[in-house]
Design a protein around this ligand. Sequence first.
Ligand SMILES: *Cc1c(COP(=O)(O)O)cnc(C)c1O
Length: 370
Amino acid sequence: MIPLVDLKAQYHSIKPEIDAAIQRVLESCQFIQGPEVAAFEADFARINRAPHAIGLGSGTVALQLTLEALGVSRGDEVITSAHTFIATAEAIREAGATPVFVDIDPQTYNIDPNLIEAAITERTRAIVPVHLYGQSADMPAIMALARRYNLVVVEDAAQAHLATFRDTSVGLWGDAGIFSFFPAKNLGAYGDAGAVITDNAELAHKLRLMRDHGRDAKYVHTMRGTGARLDALQAAILAVKLRHLPQWTRQRQRIAGIYRIGLQGVDSLVLPYQHAEAAHVYHLFVLRSVRRDELQAHLKANGISSGIHYPVPLHLQPALEYLGYKPGDLPHTELAANSILSLPMYPELSPAQTETIIQAVRDFANTLSS
Ligand SMILES: *Cc1c(COP(=O)(O)O)cnc(C)c1O
């Protein structure tokens, strides 16, 4: 079976470096805070050209604490898209605010900036654009609106490490950007981990306190906080992997190019749209097919895994029923959920595997047209 992602292949490609990093942390016995965390934060800030990077326990908690630190609280509304992982809305809710969903641009799958203004009310406090699948949302348009209405912008870049828009890293357009290092993300830890980047020194300072029980000195707690630190083992692992990330990203982009050429001109498919000003880092390679479920079954029968990211939009999730949305409210989001399919995508995917996948997709398309 060709998997959707292959974490084992990646581990084996860098095993000596990873094992040495883990051993070093075990010998140091400093598992919380300390030099490993500081070193990774410095590296992650540098690679994004960000003034500050703050390690946190997960992408979800990174988003929640960033919203809280920027003043989002009970009674506020936060605009985002429903075509994303549940964590985006969960973090908004945990911060005490109400998620308000805006439909996506059907080409990029990211929030449609043209629809945001109509969703703004007196209670709107923030926008959380999601850079889905590894491609930046239209940040200049979103920032123009945010400035006009005095809204906070926190970018959910959980799937978009090293992605840029007009050569600026995602996460630096808004007040802050959050990243996830969930194992299957483009930069994945061996457990839960996340980070925030920002050019706002006050926000960075607040987040450092909030992640560590609001602690300013050993038993001096100057603000409300929680236990949401990035741990040293994960930081050491992430620092190793970060050194490979630019090359892994280029490899993802190369594989996307091969898919694109191989699947060109197949009538029943829509290939991923590449925005001219955005550098897509292909966390996922997502195509659309009118016969998606049959295509997925055909691939499975041919030993190829695929995924659906995401089959149930957030506005139709039982956990968010209290928001009062109903089917038909977000037509482009719902259409996407019913037609998208993610092909295997990871830097270690071999040319032979890529070719097998292309051939299987083409074979299915031929049965449709014959
Ligand atoms: C993975 C993901 C998150 C959550 O990150 P965790 O580190 O798993 O908490 C948030 N938003 C999006 C879009 C994600 O893909």
